[in-house]
Design a protein around this ligand. Structure first.
Ligand SMILES: Nc1ncnc2c1ncn2[C@@H]1O[C@H](COP(=O)(O)OP(=O)(O)O)[C@@H](O)[C@H]1O
Ligand SMILES: [Mg+2]
Length: 341
């Protein structure tokens, strides 16, 4: 038997960040909420963080959380749903304010403002703002555990290469800064004064941002501090996808902490006379895929979670999911052995 989810956390007490990766619709948000809930119930101060514009945590916690900052759900369990567009707007405003302050400008000259706007229009900006918000939260050190519920972009693994995108973005800011400096120098030269001092302040600020992001990346690639889990369902496409993701993890030099199999029909249902042929066939099919899953990913499996008869929403259902993945991780295992023998 591989180690269970609970054993994983017992063996890795220094985990600060949990990230569920995988395609959409498999159960990332559900397991993020359940993990955050279970950890909070076990005495950790937890922040569950989402950047999904679908407002997925609001949905599962049944509270309007979007863009409202950190909200306490139960003791020790906090949830935040970031509005990335708002973050970007605030960030732009901040840059404008700083440039005005540092170069003692009344108004941002139009050519500088163009620079600020074009930086914000970069497609990667949304992800950058998200990454920056995450780095900021982790750097604050106000929580014992951060659970990041990722939108389904590139398996969530892209988080790591994000550091490079951010570097490019910082360069863009730096460019803006230089443009502003040139402009001001021109003006100041006419007036006969200098701006060396404010130049330093901006450079310091940029290296401060870089330091924060580097620290965050170091935590993300440390398997003792960050756990990456993948969610898988017993279907062919999902299995192929997980194989590819595993290769991607290997290439990036990141250790996958485990795989959770979700939406598995309890094979015990086969014993019930009222279960019709349709469901029987589905259960049989799933169990064939479970065999492949155990063969291919055996040591990575941390839990198997049943398909529920309704969508797991609300605290009672989150508690139930948590109980399954932490306390009864091997649902259907014995029966499976019997079925596929
Ligand atoms: N074990 C389960 N049983 C029944 N429904 C589930 C289960 N896990 C997830 N769901 C439902 O499936 C949908 C997708 O799950 P979600 O956690 O939002 O996935 P993701 O975040 O990966 O897109 C949601 O409607 C969720 O309520
Ligand atoms: Mg989701």
């Amino acid at each position: 038997m591989p180690i269970s989810l609970k054993e994983f956390f017992e063996e890795n007490p220094d985990i600060e960040i949990v990230i569920y990766a995988g395609k959409g619709g498999l159960g990332k948000t559900t397991f993020s909420a359940a993990t955050a809930y279970w950890m909070a119930k076990n005495g950790k101060k937890v922040l569950c963080f989402s950047t999904d514009p679908q407002a997925s945590l609001s949905d599962i916690f049944e509270r309007d959380l979007f863009g409202k900052g950190e909200q306490e759900i139960i003791e020790n369990l906090f949830v935040v749903e970031i509005d990335a567009d708002k973050e970007i707007r605030e960030y732009q405003e901040e840059i404008r304010r700083k440039i005005k302050e540092m170069y003692r400008m009344e108004e941002i000259p139009p050519e500088i403002d163009e620079y600020i706007k074009s930086a914000a229009a970069e497609p990667a900006m949304h992800e950058c703002a998200t990454y920056d918000a995450m780095a900021e939260l982790v750097a604050s050190g106000r929580y014992d555990l951060y659970v990041f519920d990722m939108p389904p972009f590139g398996h969530g693994v892209r988080m790591i290469s994000m550091a490079q995108i951010l570097d490019a973005w910082i360069d863009k800011i730096d460019e803006t800064r230089r443009k502003a400096a040139e402009y001001t120098q021109m003006v100041q030269a006419l007036k006969g004064s200098t701006i060396a001092e404010s130049e330093d302040a901006i450079l310091n600020e940029l290296s401060e941002i870089r330091r924060k992001l580097d620290t965050f990346r170091d935590i993300l690639i440390d398997p003792h501090r960050t756990a990456f889990f993948m969610v898988l369902i017993p279907e062919k496409m999902a299995i192929l996808d997980t194989k590819r993701a595993l290769e991607m993890f290997n290439k990036l030099g990141i250790k996958l902490s485990g795989i959770l199999v979700n939406q598995v029909y309890p094979p015990e249902l086969l014993d019930r006379p009222d279960v019709g042929e349709f469901l029987r066939n589905r259960i049989q099919m799933q169990q064939q895929y479970m065999k492949i899953i155990w063969d291919e990913f055996g040591d990575y499996i941390r839990a198997v979670c049943p398909m529920f008869d309704r969508e797991p929403k609300g605290l009672d259902m989150i508690a139930k999911v948590a109980e399954h993945i932490f306390e009864k991780p091997w649902m259907g295992r014995e029966r499976f052995e019997e079925l596929v023998r």
